[in-house]
Design a protein around this ligand. Sequence first.
Ligand SMILES: C[S@@+](CC[C@H](N)C(=O)[O-])C[C@H]1O[C@@H](n2cnc3c(N)ncnc32)[C@H](O)[C@@H]1O
Length: 258
Amino acid sequence: MTTPGPLRSWESLAEFWDAKQGDDGDTWHRTLINPGVWSVLGDVRGLRVLDQACGNGAFSRQMARRGAHVVGMDASAPIVALASQREARSPLGIVYHVGDVSSTPQLPDGSFDVVLSKMALMDMPDGVAEAALREAGRLLKPGGRLVAAIIHPCFEGPDAAWVTEKAGPDTRVWRKVGRYREHVQMLCPWRAPDGSRFYTFMYHRPLAWYVRAVSSAGVAVTAVEEPGPTDEFYREDNEGQLIAQVPLHIVFEAKKLR
Ligand SMILES: C[S@@+](CC[C@H](N)C(=O)[O-])C[C@H]1O[C@@H](n2cnc3c(N)ncnc32)[C@H](O)[C@@H]1O
C-alpha cells in the first residue's frame, strides 16, 4: 500500500500518544468516547478489570480512581513504560503488563469481572481482534462483561466522508459510506504537534463481523451506545454538529452467560 505520509507503528508512537492523552484523554476521548464508555460500564467499584490495549493507562487510571482493581495490558513496551511511570508518580494500584491481548495464557480463566477494550480492536487485523475477543470471553467470570469501544463501522470506513449542503438557513448533513461489507486495511491519519501528518494501519470490517466474533467468544451483546457530543465536545471541537446527527463510535457490552 502506498501511503501519503510516513506509516508509524504503535510502538514508535508511545511518546506521541502519552502526550496526546495525558491523564484524562484528549478532547475526543475525554468529552465524546469516554462518557459513552462510562454510560455502559456503570459502577466499577470493587470490580476486577482488564484494560486490553490500555495505551498510556489514562482510562485505567480513571477506572482505578472509581474503585476498580485494574490490570492494564498493551503490546507496546514503550507505552507500558510510560503508563507505569504515571503509576509510580501517583499510585492507584494498577498492574501493567506488556503483552499481546490476543494471547494471554498467563492470565487464568474467569479471573475478571470486566474486560475493557477501548478504541483498539479496529487497530488489530481480523485474526488478532477475533483472538482478543476470544481471550476476553475466556478471562471473564460467569456474569462478567466485555465492554468495547470502536470506530463505528457503519459510518467510518473506506470512502466514508461528511457531505454537507446549505439548504436555506440550514445545513444538511449526510455521511457518505462505501465498500461497507469489505474487510479493508485502511490508513488512520494523525497530526503531530508540529503539524506534520503520519498514519497507522486500521482495519474496517462490518458490524455483523463484530457481533459474530463476540458471540463466538461466548459472550452475548446486552447493550449498545453510540456516543453523542457532550457540551464540552461542542465547545472544543467543530465536528459536534455533525456527530450530533451521525455517530462515529460505538460502544457495546456483552455478557458472559455461564
Ligand atoms: C488507539 S490506542 C488506544 C489506547 C487506549 N485503549 C486508549 O483508549 O487510550 C491503541 C492501542 O492498542 C495497542 N495494541 C494494538 N494491538 C495490540 C495487541 N494485539 N495487543 C495489545 N495491545 C495492542 C497499541 O499499542 C495502542 O496502545
